[in-house]
Design a protein around this ligand. Structure first.
Ligand code: FAD
Ligand code: NAP
Length: 313
């Protein structure tokens, strides 16, 4: 333990929650260390236009996150490109081990590990991942110029991905398991008006069809949710956009959880079930899940940590 790096506040995660916590904690002279994880900048780095970040009518997600990173750094946050692989919250100081082998000890921790894409769980989805199956239109859309694409999901992400993919594809089919979308109305309007997009309602994905040599997708078999009737829609690419699950693996057996693996926090605060451990953003929020609410919670977490550390003397 003697060669561990000690910090008053360790922030785990570099999305809007983590960077905002960094800005506030650094300004409170806590000299925080922030570990970025496998996706520096978080979920907004895999999207294009963000139109609801106050102050920017439209900003590219990756640009916004680079600005947040620069802001946190400028204020005095030490930003480390590494992944925390284990976290011991059983005694203080808390101990975190990273993928590079560095061990951190911390008087307080802000958890801001966000969420990760959910998958359907079909064997054929697993088989064709990276070979026609994707969960990131901004990453992989370019490979489908002039081709046909199927997107599954009914939320903002699915609609946004379908619209974005029309920049490349000759046709985009959005498949949803119900007869109405949960995406914002303004996004739905754009979707329904788009000449390249067709929506198939009340269907679930039964199987992804493809070739072995070379490995690649040729179509998606859909099943009607009430009649069970099946149809196959030909396509070259299949994008899964069915939401995100909280990245709480590090703490699932240590902290109280809610609503299926979200980290529980005391209402009106970011205090978790262990003193000195705070949680912010999509990791704890199963309701709003927005950049601005995550940033707000990041601010709260830094302030909560500051007050708690001050009370410890
Ligand atoms: P995330 O952004 O999920 O970041 C989590 C961070 O934790 C990442 O940096 C990751 O590397 C890190 N991490 C995870 N595990 C570890 C670990 N073990 N060690 C270290 N670090 C770790 N919201 C909007 O308000 N407007 C939009 O237009 C919008 N568009 C979106 C488009 C898409 C395609 C998606 C997927 C989401 C969109 N959202 C949008 C939602 C928004 O991105 C999230 O609400 C927000 O990013 C959550 O922020 P966060 O800081 O909680 O976590
Ligand atoms: P979401 O809102 O949770 O929507 C997930 C969608 O996938 C739902 O329509 C759901 O169907 C469907 N689904 C879930 N499991 C499925 C399964 N196994 N098979 C088929 N369909 C399935 O997730 P999201 O769209 O990723 O959005 C996450 C959060 O980020 C939201 O809060 C959203 O507002 C935010 N976000 C915001 C923006 C923006 O502001 N522009 C953009 C993207 C994301 P049901 O509807 O039947 O449940």
């Amino acid at each position: 333990m003697s060669d561990a790096t000690h910090t008053r506040l360790l922030i785990i995660g570099s999305g809007p929650a983590g960077y905002t916590a960094g800005i506030y904690a650094a300004r409170a002279m806590l000299e925080p260390i922030l570990v970025q994880g496998i996706q520096p900048g978080g979920q907004l780095t895999i999207t294009t236009d963000v139109e609801n970040w106050p102050g920017d009518t439209s900003v590219m997600g990756p640009d916004l996150m680079l600005r947040m990173e620069a802001h946190a750094k400028e204020m005095g946050t030490t930003i480390i490109t590494d992944v925390i692989t284990a976290l011991d919250l059983s005694k203080r100081p808390f101990t975190a081990q990273s993928d590079s082998g560095t061990v951190y000890t911390a008087d307080a921790v802000v958890l801001a590990t966000g969420a990760q894409a959910r998958w359907l769980g079909l064997p054929s989805e697993e088989k064709f991942k990276g070979f026609g199956v994707s969960a990131c239109a901004t990453c992989d859309g370019f490979f489908y110029r002039g081709k046909e694409i199927v997107v599954v999901g009914g939320g903002n992400t699915a609609v946004e991905e379908a619209l974005f993919l029309t920049n490349f594809a000759s046709k985009v089919t959005l498949v949803h398991r119900r007869d109405s979308l949960r995406a914002e109305k303004i996004m739905q309007d754009r979707l329904f008006k788009h000449p390249k997009i067709e929506v198939i309602w009340d269907h679930e994905v039964a199987e992804i069809q493809g070739t072995e040599m070379p490995l690649g997708v040729t179509g998606v078999t859909l099943r009607h949710v009430t009649t069970g009737t099946e149809q196959t829609v030909p396509c070259d690419g299949f994008f899964v956009a069915i939401g995100h699950a909280p990245a709480s693996e590090l703490v699932r057996d240590q902290l109280k959880l809610h609503s299926g693996n979200y980290v529980w926090v005391e209402p009106g605060s970011t205090r978790t079930s262990i003193e000195g451990v705070f949680a912010a953003g999509d990791l704890t929020d199963d309701k709003y899940r927005q950049a601005v609410t995550s940033a707000g919670m990041g601010c709260m977490a830094a302030l909560d940590a500051e007050h708690w550390l001050a009370a410890q003397g």
